[in-house]
Design a protein around this ligand. Structure first.
Ligand code: GAL
Length: 333
């Protein structure tokens, strides 16, 4: 009798603690903490690796690779989170659940999803890196009528006939949509313009002859800053940047974005986000801290960049806050 009463009490206590911890985690967050677990509004670590951010009106959508533990290994999943403050993210589900397309081997990979909203067609167009043993080097496209899916796979291809591995997204201030892709046989990475309906890659703008992937671009005060990582797989390396006054180049030499020995503080570039506020324009570095053996636990390194007059620098990661209305950030030491 006594034991079962004790068991019941223990069960209630456990349930109480679980509920308490979930509600504590689900509380509104004020601070972004690079490298730490980043709970969504349900209290679960955000699963949006190698991701991309798409802003629609005043909502940011974060798409990425879900590498959650409990996924069905037959499929690959792209998750979608939404936020108005870039800090608190609501999980909108896995918006693309995809089986191996065509007759690809079950070992296929789907990486680095990026979503573009096409104003003319009103479609959300998702670009993907689709590969098998990193030899296929294909881009893929999936489409949806809503930012929160479901997305439908359409096709895979080699853009402009070139190999394409890591992809990056860039939308210029005039609204023109570009994709960055690593083209290994040509010895660099390309910046290319999308077609009017975003369903194809239309025009090569630049081939930057540098062994760079995880490519990202921002247009800041009329200068293009392009950055990326070295080709060391999941292992971090010193990420680098170059600048140009036109997407067609010429591009400067690549320089380090952080002290070389930190290997970009253990992260790899994913995207640059420009937040244009009422008081300030802030550029955010968003990167992945990969954990190849425990991929669901991979973390994020998001930090405001120091950027001006052709110089770009990633400060040492520390907790920070952003006010997306004013564009101001506060670094908390
Ligand atoms: C990285 C790349 C990732 C993934 C990984 C696999 O260099 O950026 O997206 O492809 O290699 O080793």
């Amino acid at each position: 009798m006594k034991t079962s009463l004790f068991k019941k009490q223990a069960l209630f206590l456990t349930l109480f603690l679980v509920t308490l911890s979930t509600s504590v985690l689900a509380q509104k967050q004020e601070v972004i903490r690079p490298g730490e677990l980043w709970p969504d509004t349900d209290g679960n670590h955000i699963q949006a690796h190698g991701g991309g951010i798409t802003k629609i009106k005043n909502t940011y959508y974060w798409y990425g690779e879900s590498r959650a533990k409990d996924l069905d290994p037959q499929y690959r999943y792209v998750s979608c989170y939404s936020s108005k403050d870039l800090t608190n993210w609501k999980f909108n589900g896995n918006v693309l659940k995809m089986a191996a397309p065509d007759s690809l081997s079950s070992k296929w990979v789907l990486e680095r999803p990026k979503v573009y909203f096409n104003l003319k067609t009103k479609k959300y167009v998702m670009y993907l890196h689709i590969d098998v043993n990193y030899k296929l080097a294909n881009m893929g496209i999936a489409v949806s009528d809503s930012p929160t899916g479901p997305f439908r796979y359409v096709k895979r291809f080699r853009p402009l006939g070139f190999e394409s591995r890591d992809i990056g997204q860039f939308i210029d201030d005039d609204g023109t949509a570009y994709i960055i892709f690593e083209d290994r046989p040509s010895g660099g990475f390309r910046i290319a313009k999308l077609s009017d309906d975003y369903m194809d890659v239309e025009k090569n703008m630049s081939l930057i002859k540098a062994r760079i992937e995880g490519g990202a671009i921002v247009n800041y005060n009329g200068l293009y800053y392009c950055l990326g990582s070295g080709l060391t797989g999941w292992k971090p390396n010193p990420n680098k940047y170059a600048t140009a006054t036109s997407l067609e180049g010429p591009w400067t030499e690549f320089k380090d974005i952080a002290p070389v020995e930190t290997k970009t503080y253990g992260s790899q570039s994913s995207m640059l986000i420009k937040v244009v506020g009422s008081k300030k324009t802030t550029v955010l570095f968003t990167g992945d801290i990969w954990k190849p053996d425990t991929q669901w636990d991979s973390r994020y390194l998001w930090m405001p960049l120091e950027i001006e007059e052709g110089k770009l620098w990633l400060p040492e990661p520390t907790p920070w806050k952003i006010n997306v209305k004013t564009g101001e950030t506060t670094i908390l030491k």
